[in-house]
Design a protein. Structure first.
Length: 167
């Protein structure tokens, strides 16, 4: 059984897509550990603010199967493949960590944006503060404490989580 950490983000009908994505993740992975919901400014382009959070779950699926499941959930929520990297998203679900696996195929793990995007690092540090990054060997709490918080604007918000997903 692997412990996975999942980043979710959306800025198109964000409440609807985030709630739907969480319900879908719960259906595929069962119990989820959830960070608070965060709002952040778009990074890399001018656009409406994003909702972001991190979830954790346990799975027997392979990395490739987890990623395929995420792509299916994104597609159900209106995600169109081939979009520009920095553009609005109906739902973006990324695998951040799969236990302490370090690999480049089928995807890069740990996901690089953990170290440079506040909207990933802060919620990850919230639900796994003492877990260590498999490359830097520093805890996520330490990484967040030493992150340049002036580089990106992010703040926690109230959010109505789906009933099926306990917090």
């Amino acid at each position: 059984m692997a412990r996975i950490y999942i980043s979710l983000g959306t800025n198109i009908d964000p409440v609807e897509h985030m709630q739907s994505g969480l319900v879908d993740l719960h259906e595929h992975f069962g119990d989820l550990t959830l960070s608070r919901m965060f709002e952040s400014e778009a990074v890399g382009f001018q656009g409406t603010n994003f909702l972001n959070m991190v979830a954790a779950a346990d799975t027997d699926m392979s990395i490739a199967d987890v990623v395929a499941t995420f792509k299916g959930i994104e597609k159900q929520n209106g995600r169109i493949r081939g979009e520009k990297k920095f553009s609005p998203r109906s739902l973006d679900i990324d695998l951040l960590l799969y236990d302490d696996e370090v690999c480049h195929q089928p995807i890069e793990l740990p996901r690089g944006e953990i170290l440079y995007n506040a909207f990933v690092l802060w919620p990850l540090a919230e639900i796994a503060p003492m877990l260590t990054h498999p490359i830097t060997q520093q805890s996520y709490q330490y990484l967040w404490e030493h992150y340049d918080k002036s580089s990106q604007h992010i703040w926690p918000i109230e959010f109505e989580f789906p009933v099926l997903v306990s917090r």
